[in-house]
Design a protein around this ligand. Structure first.
Ligand code: HEM
Length: 334
């Protein structure tokens, strides 16, 4: 037991960086695979649990594409559970010096059983759209928590101070408020339309056409506010927040485009799935902008540079777990 404990990191090293990145990427991908299950009605692709079918633990050719999708989602869910446990254990040895990392892994880890309970309630309530919506909100919160985890892995645990003008910070927080409102109304829109739960599950009874408009208004407000943030960050040379603001704007641009196309083409499943995943990427980028409003007093310069990897990953959602770590060289937040 002692040998295992001694093997655990006693400072932030490459192992922790890989775990943090893998955790974030897996959380975002899980939203995609979960969405795919719902949008392709593959929930019963594996008719039994924990086996996929009465005769096999994995999907078989007879279960077709629905079996592949449902089994893939189950595998990714299991991977996240394992990653959560690994992340928590990996932090144990430095829990006294990095209480922030300890609490983040604990909170994110507890989010997984919470998601399982919400998922169970959604089945018991025959996919009540509000419960299904809560499931999505929890996913977005977990993505945000994992983004903070990645950020904290790259930054020293010293007090942080504002590195942008106060008005810039206020506009950023107002923008995040509009992001949250947009997501809530997006969920209500879904709950009123064809993709809430399955074909027989209840709808929330609201008018989907009206809701589409109400959902897009805060989305446009978010976009305008983000343009203002980008212009201000360029004008006042607010680095490194500028690159995260630009990333956020780019994601919003694509997200709004996808939203408009899906709304005008009868909500094809593939676009709705992309819209869901982009919403989580957007939540991650918004979190990064907020985090970079401040800077630790004793920020390691090299570590700060390497943290720019967050932007790249939030932009692609598939960043290599080792990318930013290799850029860091020996810089670690001890
Ligand atoms: C900042 C930009 C936006 C964000 C963050 C966002 C986010 C979301 C979210 C989280 C959902 C719910 C997904 C789910 O529960 O499965 C959603 C649904 C939806 N969004 Fe957006 N959205 C944005 C912009 C737009 C725009 C501009 C439109 C254009 C009208 C739009 C159209 C829709 C539609 C039609 C749905 C319902 C899809 C369905 O019925 O499955 N979105 N959005």
């Amino acid at each position: 037991m002692n040998r295992i404990y001694n093997w655990l990191p006693d400072h932030v090293d490459i192992r922790l960086r890989i775990i943090a990145w893998a955790y974030l990427v897996a959380q975002i991908l899980l939203v995609g695979t979960g969405g795919l299950v719902r949008l392709t009605s593959s929930g019963l692709g594996c008719p039994t649990w924990p086996e996929c079918s009465p005769t096999s633990f994995v999907n078989t050719p007879e279960l077709g594409i629905h079996g592949v999708i449902e089994f893939g989602n189950r595998v990714l869910g299991a991977v996240i559970g394992i990653l959560a446990i690994i992340a928590f254990i990996a932090i144990l040895r430095l829990r006294k010096v990095r209480r922030d990392l300890f609490w983040l892994t604990l909170l994110a880890g507890l989010g997984i059983p919470a998601q399982a309970v919400i998922g169970g309630i959604s089945v018991l309530t025959k996919l009540n759209p509000y419960v299904v919506g809560l499931h999505f909100i929890m996913s977005a919160v977990l993505v945000a928590l994992c983004t903070v985890f990645v950020y904290r892995i790259y930054t020293a645990p010293t007090p942080r101070s504002l590195v942008v003008p106060r008005w810039f910070a206020i506009v950023t927080h107002i923008t995040s408020f509009f992001v949250a409102i947009t997501i809530v109304f997006g969920i209500l829109t879904t709950g009123s339309g064809p993709h809430a739960g399955d074909a027989n599950s209840p709808r929330n009874g609201l008018d989907p056409v009206v809701l589409q408009h109400v959902h897009s208004w805060p989305a446009y407000a978010t976009f305008l506010l983000t343009i203002a943030l980008v212009i201000a960050s360029i004008r006042f040379r607010l680095l490194p927040v500028r690159r995260y603001a630009v990333t956020l704007l780019a994601i919003e641009f694509v997200q709004i485009g996808v939203g408009l196309i899906q709304a005008n083409t009868g909500l094809p499943g593939i676009l709705v799935g992309i819209h869901m995943m982009l919403a989580c990427l957007l939540a991650s980028a918004m979190t990064a902008v907020i985090l970079f409003l401040k800077r630790p007093a004793e920020q390691d310069v090299a570590a700060e540079g390497s943290a720019s990897g967050i932007a790249a990953a939030t932009a692609t959602g598939t960043a290599s777990a080792t990318g930013p770590a290799s850029a860091t060289g020996t810089a670690t937040a001890r």
